[in-house]
Write a protein that binds this ligand. Structure first.
Ligand code: COA
Length: 388
């Protein structure tokens, strides 16, 4: 019988992975041994997809082959696109992404045993189609026809193109590309773990990735940047940041985008996102989200330090995601979908890794309910009994 109950599985090692490593104490993140700082500055998202799925950075020919495959797999099955036109326009983008990804399984080929294939090509198909789903819903709910994906653009460039019909400026494409690189994998985070749990039952890759999307949704995980954006719009300008932080903490609430289960120093991805938020803000002009976000981070650090000396709450990856995606013109309720467009590279890599050396993931719980008693027949149960 287990004697230690660890409700959040903090510090509990439940498996091994060769995909990424989070060193929370020193704030280092690596994908297959490559430092995220190097990758964010030098690699494209396509290179990261290859690195995660095939285990190595691609040479030029391998990269071209991968780009061709991504380009050729972007379009959605017509019946699914048609079904999306009939979804209620109020449907939340994450609900749509979850539903359509689940629906992709209906149209995927089966092998001789009648099972969906879960291999590197279905992984690439899912990665290719995520942005198409998000961009198509963005247009459909605004009353526009979805645009056909373009095979000649990068994952990042094509996503931005499919939303607006305009090939994005290189500053915008590069920023979104780097965003996807930064979000691609993060060891056994909650959504990746959910994907691995599903895969461990031998559910196929469509089912496993649907579980991951469902788990990403909450604001303690992928939903945080939407909440950060709401905060930025409430704070409005840098001088309001400190009073806002004090008010939130006085109410016992949390500052969204701050704190992390693993990192005890600043999230290494935050630095890159902060630089991008500043550059993009200067490029597009308009709202001063970057300045407000920066002031909010400073104020949060100051006030949290004051109230809990020695605390380890710093900005996480979601914090500067909000001004980056906001500056790209992406609505706040699509931020979590953008996260998924990057993380699907890691999710699929983890599903394949799990399937390659599978063991059913099945933890235990300590039972706290009543001890066994005799069954009470329907006639003998009290009529005024309150529910327990
Ligand atoms: N604002 C204010 N206080 C915070 C905080 C935040 N964002 N994050 C953590 N804390 C405080 C908690 O209130 C708690 O204080 P206490 O010990 O006095 O009760 C302490 O720090 C530890 O918090 P806990 O919830 O146990 O840590 P965790 O490891 O479970 O939390 C998060 C990790 C991410 C869930 C948490 O930091 C959080 O809720 N952040 C905001 C949501 C967010 O940005 N999510 C995206 C994560 S990438």
């Amino acid at each position: 019988m287990p004697t230690v109950v660890d409700r959040g599985l903090e510090g509990v090692i439940v498996g091994t992975t060769a995909l990424s490593n989070v060193e929370g104490a020193i704030g280092r993140l690596t994908y297959r041994g490559y430092d995220i700082d190097d990758l964010a500055e030098k690699a494209t998202f396509e290179e990261i997809i290859h690195l995660l799925l095939y285990g190595q950075l691609p040479n030029r020919a391998q990269l071209e082959t991968l780009k061709r495959e991504l380009g050729s797999r972007r379009a959605l099955p017509e019946p699914l696109l048609g079904a999306m036109q009939n979804f209620p326009k109020t449907a939340w983008p994450m609900e749509v992404l979850r539903t359509v990804v689940s629906g992709l399984g209906l149209f995927s080929p089966v092998n001789a045993q009648g099972e969906h294939v879960s291999d590197v090509h279905t992984a690439i198909e899912l990665i290719a189609k995520f942005p198409t789903i998000v961009a198509a819903w963005d247009r459909i709910r605004r009353g526009f026809d979805p645009l056909a994906p373009r095979a000649d653009l990068s994952q990042a460039g094509n996503f931005l193109y499919m939303r607006t019909g305009k090939v994005p400026h290189s500053i915008e494409e590069d920023a979104f590309d780097t965003y996807l690189v930064l979000l691609a994998d993060h060891s056994f985070n909650a959504s990746t773990f959910a994907a691995r749990v599903a895969a461990s039952t031998r559910a196929d890759i469509y089912a496993s990735i649907t579980a991951a999307i469902a788990t990403l949704q909450g604001d303690l995980h992928g939903g945080a940047p939407t909440a950060v954006f709401r905060t930025l719009n409430e704070v409005k300008s840098p001088e309001n940041a400190e009073p806002y932080v004090r008010e939130i903490l006085d109410k016992g609430k949390r500052i969204m985008g701050m704190g992390h289960r693993e990192y005890k120093v600043r999230d290494p991805r935050a630095r890159h996102l902060e630089a991008m938020a500043k550059e993009l803000g200067d490029h597009v002009g308009g709202e001063r989200w970057y300045a407000t976000a920066h002031a909010l981070e400073e104020a949060s650090r100051k006030v949290l330090q004051e109230r809990k000396p020695g605390n380890t709450i710093y900005a996480n990856v979601e914090f500067y995601t909000a001004p980056v995606l906001g500056s790209l013109g992406i609505p706040a309720d699509e931020f979590t979908c953008c996260f998924a467009c990057g993380r699907v590279a890691g999710w699929t890599g983890h599903v394949l890794e799990q399937l390659a050396d599978n063991r059913l993931i099945r933890p235990q719980a300590t039972y706290e309910g009543p001890v066994a008693g005799p069954y009470v027949s329907l006639e003998q149960r009290p009529t005024n009994g309150a529910r327990g």
